[in-house]
Write a protein that binds this ligand. Structure first.
Ligand code: G3I
Length: 364
């Protein structure tokens, strides 16, 4: 009898341990890195709940804003390091895989970068010199401390054309391989990524496959193609999305899910072009308090389908990153309509994991 009771007690302990809620990084540790975009308030500790959630559940971080050109290099002869230093220290203190975002992007670009003192576009050599200085200085500062870089962000339009950014106007297609060359010069061991949204579009997909294959054929280091993955309940078509994922993997690069969020509100436009904005209308903000159960169920089911895509492609996916810690942190509360209440991330405004995660967390 005594032996039976001992065995029963031991099995109960085992059950309670195995039922202990796991963390996301534990749940996916044999699949891919699970990451999150963090902001300056989480890295400084001012947002202690956001910081605690990031530390508990994620083994990779990316800088949401503090390393963008307008923040880190606001004037040609002035860098601002404080927030970026705190971001890197947050990652190092918590043994995380740290990603710098982003070295070359047409948005949040310091106004001086591509212009001369009269406001005209600078010549090609001036821009090459500025790109080299920018990239060598920033990547060099964090050499051996930041493991991966979003080198070029959002360079291609949905139809496959090159975005007519100032970088493209001045240097043509050359600005992309140049940026990767400068980043590799500054830290030969860092992983280097190209990154964009709406990657389900065939034109964009085909252009990136060609671009990356060309770069690899010239011996230029590129480690991964980043699919930002800003989604809605009705876009993108998930089979198109998975087709793109597989097409990117065919280049031999890793695939990274770099900025995952899924809006639950009525779509007013798609993609993630920050310049696209829509005026506030009450009907565009239908759930200011909480999502109705049916919409929440629809959102969780679609996120579950998405996680299944990632898990069945885990052999080529090296990272899945959410673009923010909790719903209250998301850029989508203000884009494309400022002042909406969105519900796009893994954790709600009380830092509770969304239902689609419960099965991975052994949650109730
Ligand atoms: O820092 C200023 C602050 O001083 C000022 O008081 C305030 C007034 O509005 O603006 C603050 O800057 C804001 C910045 O985020 C930092 O919080 C900008 O207005 C705001 O436009 C900016 O939004 C960011 C957006 O990129 C625009 O660049 C979002 O937080 C960020 O999540 C979003 O992230 C981008 C990725 O980098 C690239 N892929 C698309 C993704 C979504 O646009």
């Amino acid at each position: 009898m005594k032996k039976t009771l001992t065995l029963l007690a031991a099995s109960l302990v085992m059950v309670s341990c195995s039922a202990e809620p796991r963390t996301l990084k534990d749940a996916f540790k044999d699949k891919f890195l699970i990451g999150v975009a963090v902001n300056q308030w989480q890295c400084s500790g001012e947002d202690s709940l956001g910081a605690a959630t990031a530390k508990k559940h994620f083994n990779s971080i990316v800088a949401e804003n503090v390393m963008k050109c307008e923040e880190i290099h606001p004037e040609e002869n002035r860098y601002f390091w404080d927030d970026a230093d705190r971001f890197v220290k947050f990652g190092e203190d918590n043994n995380m895989f740290i990603i710098g975002h982003c070295l070359v992007w047409h948005s949040q670009l310091a106004p001086w970068f591509c212009k001369d003192s009269l406001g005209n576009l600078v010549d090609a050599q001036t821009l090459r010199d500025r790109l080299r200085d920018h990239i060598h200085t920033i990547v060099g500062r964090y050499k051996g401390r930041i493991q991966g870089w979003d080198v070029v962000n959002e360079a291609i339009e949905d139809n496959g054309d090159y975005r007519n950014s100032d970088f493209y106007k001045i240097l043509g297609e050359e600005f992309i391989p140049l940026a990767f060359q400068y980043a590799h010069e500054a830290d030969p061991d860092a992983e280097l990524y190209i990154n964009d949204y709406s990657m389900n579009n065939a034109g964009k997909r085909d252009r990136y496959v060609k671009l990356v294959n060309d770069m690899k054929s010239k011996g230029i280091r590129i480690d991964a193609i980043g699919m930002q993955s800003h989604m809605g309940l009705d876009y993108p078509n998930l089979s198109d999305y998975e087709n793109s994922l597989k097409a990117f993997a065919s280049t031999g690069c890793k695939v990274m899910i770099t900025e995952l969020d899924m809006g639950a509100l009525p779509s007013v436009n798609r993609g993630a072009n920050v310049a696209d904005k829509v005026a506030y209308q009450k009907e565009l903000n239908p759930y200011p308090e909480k999502l109705p159960d049916d919409v929440s169920a629809q959102w969780n089911n679609r996120m579950d389908s998405l996680m299944n895509i990632y898990l069945r492609n885990a052999d080529v996916i090296s990272r899945v990153t959410a673009w923010g810690v909790s719903d209250g942190d998301s850029w989508r509360n203000d884009w494309p309509v400022r002042g909406r209440h969105e519900y796009p991330l893994f954790f709600d405004r009380n830092y509770n994991p969304k239902p689609f995660l419960h099965k991975y967390l052994n949650d109730k």
